[in-house]
Design a protein around this ligand. Structure first.
Ligand code: GDP
Length: 404
């Protein structure tokens, strides 16, 4: 019954948003803001006088997956934007180097790194013409403008428009970075036809294999499907759902068979061939990168996402999704982490009620205490640190729980 009341309230809230006569305004405002940011990024990347332009050099040498690499570039771009330097990427040692350039447009129309100019190390100074920025793990102290933060001059408009402006902002950076070439648009259109991608559809990303070694817990398919079912129950309140669908993306191909066997009432959209290219030893091939782009594309186009935010891949799909809707901040369910950006500055929460510990694992709170939340355990508790007492708390004994 609680579930029904909850869904009914959500339906009322979404109906309010439809009848308040602002939906057209929201759409327009979102497009205007997006154009504004995209133009700024384009201007930054194409300075009128290239010879005197200040540049920020980022080397792509991180040994990690696509999502992790892309977020590294996002971090570089945010630093470039905040310091008003043109971003130049050094693809030389990058696993995706050539393939990337075949799939996406370059960051700048023509010019790249200035030749015969000395390169200063971060933070350099105002006069440095080129500054080399290391990965975020090696930058200390961290600049204040790293996520989760948004440009001051957009803040007022964004907070009116969007439920989580930070994700919108990162989504805009990703949008610029992933501007597809014509051939990539054709590839995505072909896949849309081949896979018969249509709405309503829930994007389900299930990350397994190497991620389960130390970075995330295993979640069964059924755990994801509970949230998919909830989405469709909610959807049925506003009209009939003729066919329930999921777009399944995973690095574990056997899940396609499991999904078809256990959920025959669902249309399972997606490709187990793509999934096979996601195995650890194939990941750096052109095939695998194309497959990955296809998966991310359709996940982001879905009506709702069910995944684990411990995976960078799903966070990217969610970021892109937020560049497609005026506000997609509630179109996800994460089975583990809350949204975060790797290497981010503290995102603080303030205690509005006091709390006395019930056991040795919890922490005391006083009204006004600043709390850094590491992760949500979805049992009503989070792991957090009280910056006043410096104590870290959980709801229960964390040993053996793999709590993040
Ligand atoms: P994370 O490790 O999940 O945080 O994300 P990364 O993107 O950094 O690394 C995971 C890598 O696994 C990706 O870059 C892909 O190569 C592969 N992968 C994981 N899940 C999928 C999936 O659903 N589809 C495809 N095509 N590849 C995947």
């Amino acid at each position: 019954m609680v579930g029904e009341h909850y869904r009914s309230l959500l339906k009322d809230v979404s109906t309010l948003a439809e009848v308040d006569n602002y939906s057209r305004w929201r759409q327009q405002e979102s497009e205007t803001l997006s154009d504004l940011v995209q133009n700024r990024l384009e201007e930054l990347q194409n300075p009128p006088n290239w010879f005197t332009a200040k540049q920020l050099l980022c080397k792509l040498e991180k040994g990690c997956g696509f999502g992790c690499q892309l977020h590294h570039i996002v971090y570089c771009f945010i630093v470039a934007y905040s310091t008003q330097r043109m971003l130049v990427l050094d693809y030389k040692h990058w696993v995706y180097g050539d393939i990337w350039q075949e799939i996406f447009l370059p960051l700048s129309d023509s010019k790249t790194l200035l030749k015969n100019v000395s390169i200063d190390q971060w933070p350099g100074n105002q006069d440095s013409q080129i500054i080399h920025l290391p990965p975020v793990d090696y930058v200390y102290p961290k600049p204040y403008f790293l996520p989760q933060i948004i440009p001051d001059d957009l803040a007022e408009r964004l907070t009116v428009l969007h439920g989580d402006p930070i994700v919108w902002w990162i989504g805009q950076i990703v949008k610029y970075l992933l501007r597809p070439r014509k051939s990539t648009i054709n590839l995505l259109n072909d896949y849309a036809k081949k896979l018969k991608f249509q709405k309503p559809i829930v994007g389900v990303h299930i990350r397994r294999t190497d991620k389960l070694i130390s970075e995330a817990q295993l979640h069964t398919l059924d755990e994801y499907m509970v949230h998919v079912e909830n989405y469709y129950k909610q959807k049925e309140l506003s009209g009939e759902v003729n066919q329930k669908r999921i777009y399944l993306a995973t690095d574990e191909p056997i899940l396609f068979d499991e999904a078809k066997r256990k959920y025959p009432e669902y249309e399972i959209v997606g490709s187990d061939d793509i999934s096979k290219t996601a195995s650890l030893r194939n990941r750096n091939s052109k095939n695998a990168l194309q497959g990955l782009i296809v998966d991310i594309h359709f996940l982001s186009l879905s009506d709702h996402l069910v995944c684990t935010f411990s995976s960078q891949l799903c966070r990217i799909a969610y970021e892109i999704m937020n560049s497609l809707y005026p506000d997609a901040s509630t179109r996800y369910t994460s089975l583990d982490d809350i949204y975060y950006f790797g290497g981010q500055n503290y995102r603080l929460n303030e205690a509005v009620l006091s709390h006395k510990t019930n056991n040795q694992y919890e922490i005391d709170l006083q009204v006004g205490d600043q709390i850094y939340v590491f992760g949500n355990h979805w049992n009503g508790y989070s792991k957090g640190k009280n910056l006043r007492t410096k104590r870290i708390g959980y709801s229960e004994n964390p040993i053996g729980k793999n709590y993040r």
